[in-house]
Design a protein around this ligand. Structure first.
Ligand code: SF4
Length: 232
């Protein structure tokens, strides 16, 4: 599998089985409809890794196009992607935000992400021994100090970021080599996929995540899902 891959991808193919060998199932893979997540899922399938729940956080604010892509990915890989939703009662506490109130202040945005993402994530990770993500350091300034192996202090779990050292070109080469299904939003100018009210297409020359929470400073652009490293 690794013969004609870019060096960073081949390295991941080599080390991921060893990393996972040391961790007992059940594990979870976070799937947020990015090319990175599709690559991470493909790696797991190619390596024959079992005991991994593939989950997504259905915030209730996703783009309509996501539903069709969700189905396409399930079909392509022959897997089930389990959606975790916000708690209905907690969601009502966000009623004052209306449709776009999360843009009015950092506090509002964090309240919304807490209810729609952070708490559902905690439910998705409950009972798991570790989780995997498609995070890459090249995606954003907030991710440049992340390592392949971290400790998620909030959820008290090992977190594995197999693609952390992949460049944009590495990811594109991997997707192309295996003809992986691509989120249709990329063809509309999006370079990072998030909730509809908080994500816009990216212009030429802009950072990959420039379209996420575009009204905020770059160092604030995380939703509370990704915390601190313990090892490279
Ligand atoms: S990304 Fe936006 S809509 Fe989605 S949970 Fe966060 S604030 Fe709410």
């Amino acid at each position: 599998m690794s013969a004609t891959l870019p060096a960073a991808c081949a390295h991941t193919v080599e080390i991921l089985p060893r990393l996972l060998h040391a961790i007992r199932p059940p594990l979870a893979l976070a799937f947020s409809y990015q090319t990175e997540d599709v690559a991470a899922l493909h790696l797991l399938k190619q390596l024959g890794v079992d005991g991994v729940e593939i989950f997504t956080l259905n915030t209730g604010k996703l783009f309509p196009a996501i539903a069709g892509y969700h189905y396409e990915v399930e079909k392509f890989f022959g897997v089930k992607i389990t959606p975790y939703h916000p708690d209905g009662a907690e969601e009502k506490e966000l009623a004052d935000l209306g449709e776009f109130g999360m843009r009015a202040s950092l506090d509002n945005r964090h309240r919304c992400c807490e209810v729609r993402k952070v708490r559902p994530l905690a439910r998705a990770l409950s009972g798991k021994n570790a989780w995997l993500t498609g995070l890459r350091a090249a995606q954003a300034v907030t991710r440049q100090n992340l390592g392949v192996l971290e400790y998620d202090e909030k959820n008290h779990l090992i977190k594995i970021n197999p693609l952390i050292a992949w460049s944009d070109a590495d990811l594109a080469a991997y997707r192309e080599k295996f003809s992986l299904p691509e989120n249709p939003l990329y063809a509309r100018g999006f370079k990072s996929i998030g909730c509809e009210p908080c994500t816009r297409p990216v212009r030429d020359g802009e950072d990959i995540r420039a379209g996420r929470w575009w009204w905020e400073n770059p160092e604030h652009k995380e939703c509370g899902l990704h915390l601190k490293k313990i090892n490279n």
